[in-house]
Design a protein around this ligand. Structure first.
Ligand code: 4AD
Ligand code: MG
Length: 431
């Protein structure tokens, strides 16, 4: 058996001799003692090797270790409040698995382009590893939330014949001589699975050929999309706030060390409670005007407006009932106010902007056909979708949560590029 114990679980082995495998993150030496900082993907621990307590060969091996060499060490676990993670390993034996060549990412500061070119290595640093562990926790929490509520996970296709979120951001591919597109959203398929299964979600990569070079836009991002038969706009918002609370609670309880590594102000997250504030688009425009922004009713909010709106609140805020012209073809008009739709975006606090887009869908066949025409969308490609209104149409609603923006907010990151293992951006798809 090749497995040893993981650094994360050292606290269960106080006083015992254990074997650890990992990589050398850093080292210091006083001549008589070598301090080896090891990482294994679950955390960092300091290994202490005392010259007079080990044989010459072991000492020499430790001496020869370069940054990011892979190794196996044996030692006794001790409590050490001053060391990283609170424990240290009194090293008795050491085996080098592979001595690393000179490592490009040193413990000095590096520019972000330099790091982005080496993303495959950059993810080994404590901060990046912490983010990826939190992302994993968030994804797991989301799946569990929906599992507990008896949603069916119904995966949507990636290769699609038509647009869901407007034709300007489509990535076109060649599908055996015919044009096809990478999915912008699984929603239309989730509407079909919701009419088959009631409450569903899909979770996968989605693609947008965005010409935006901002801290919030990726070309490939992951989206969790839920769709529920017999849900209206209010039901939809209630489900979303419960979901966000579930995720925050999970991360606060299970990722304490990682949040500390990131220096995240967790009070900001812990103070969030339901219900989240709800503002209509029209009220949000009023709020902007009160803040001295000259804003026209009918214009879309950009990042600065979203920040101004959300900074009034501690919790994420729903903005609902946007002007019809701003939103996708499938959004149901408000019967009391037909110039707006029953859609809502959820804006995260601290200037992170929109993390969820969603709403109630048009359930009437004639209106949906009319909207397809108005949006210049080809009827043939949507015949199957129109069938959903022909055969037992029901009121239904759903939403899509952008994972990277959610990770960026919960981790307190400056840019979504750090919220995904390998970001795809306007001018970067390497490595
Ligand atoms: O608001 P969007 O475009 O909504 C939809 O795609 C709906 N069809 C979802 C649904 O109702 N099932 O996108 C949803 C979320 C946004 O709120 C944002 O968090 C994220 O997806 N998102 C992006 N994240 C990173 N980079 C991009 N280019 C993104 N575009 C959208
Ligand atoms: Mg949106």
């Amino acid at each position: 058996m090749l497995q040893g114990v993981s650094i994360k679980h050292l606290n269960q082995h106080l006083g015992e001799e254990v074997m650890l495998q990992g990589w050398l993150y850093n080292k210091r030496s006083s001549g008589k003692i070598q301090f080896l900082i090891l990482r294994d993907g679950s955390g960092l621990v300091q290994g202490v090797m005392v010259k007079k307590e080990v044989d010459q060969e072991t000492w020499a091996k430790a001496n020869s270790l370069t940054q990011e060499s892979s190794l196996r060490v044996w030692g006794i676990v001790r409590e050490e409040p001053r060391a990283v993670g609170g424990y240290e390993l009194q090293v008795t034996r050491l085996e080098i698995i592979s001595l690393a060549a000179e490592y490009p990412i040193t413990h000095k500061e590096h520019g972000v382009d330099f790091l982005a070119d080496r993303r495959h290595l950059w993810i080994r640093t404590p901060r990046q590893s912490a983010i990826l562990r939190i992302r994993s926790e968030i994804e797991h929490a989301l799946r569990e939330f929906f599992y507990q509520r008896e949603f069916v996970l119904a995966d949507a296709p990636i290769i699609t014949p038509a647009a869901c979120e407007g034709t300007t951001t489509l990535f076109e591919i060649d599908y055996h001589g015919n044009p096809a597109f990478l999915s912008q959203s699984g929603q239309l398929y989730s509407e079909a699975t919701a009419l088959a299964l009631g409450k569903v979600y899909c979770f996968g990569p989605t693609f947008r050929a965005e010409k935006s070079k901002t801290r919030r836009h990726l070309m490939e991002f992951w989206m969790l999309e839920a769709e529920m038969a017999f849900y209206d706009l209010d039901d939809n918002m209630r489900l979303q706030e419960e979901m966000i609370m579930f995720v925050i609670d999970r991360v606060l309880h299970r990722c304490r060390e990682d949040l500390k590594t990131l220096g995240r102000d967790t009070d900001r997250l812990a103070s969030i409670s339901v219900p989240f504030p709800r503002l209509s688009y029209t009220e949000a425009v009023e709020l902007l005007r009160q803040k001295g922004v000259a804003f026209e009713w009918g214009d879309d909010f950009g990042a600065p407006e979203e920040t101004l709106i959300s900074e009034n609140f501690n919790a994420p805020v729903f903005v609902h009932r946007y002007p019809t012209a701003l939103k996708a073809f499938y959004m149901k008009p408000d019967p009391n106010q037909p110039e707006v739709v029953l859609g809502a975006d959820l804006l995260a606090p601290e200037g992170y902007g929109e993390i969820i887009g969603g709403g109630q869908r048009i359930d009437d066949l004639t209106l949906l056909e009319q909207r397809l025409d108005e949006h210049g969308l080809p009827r043939e490609a949507f015949e199957w979708y129109l069938d959903l209104r022909r055969y037992g149409s029901v009121p239904h609603a759903g939403f899509g949560l952008g994972i990277e923006r959610t990770v960026a907010w919960i981790c307190g990151l400056d840019h979504v590029r750090e919220a995904i293992p390998f970001p795809r951006m306007l001018y970067r798809m390497y490595p």
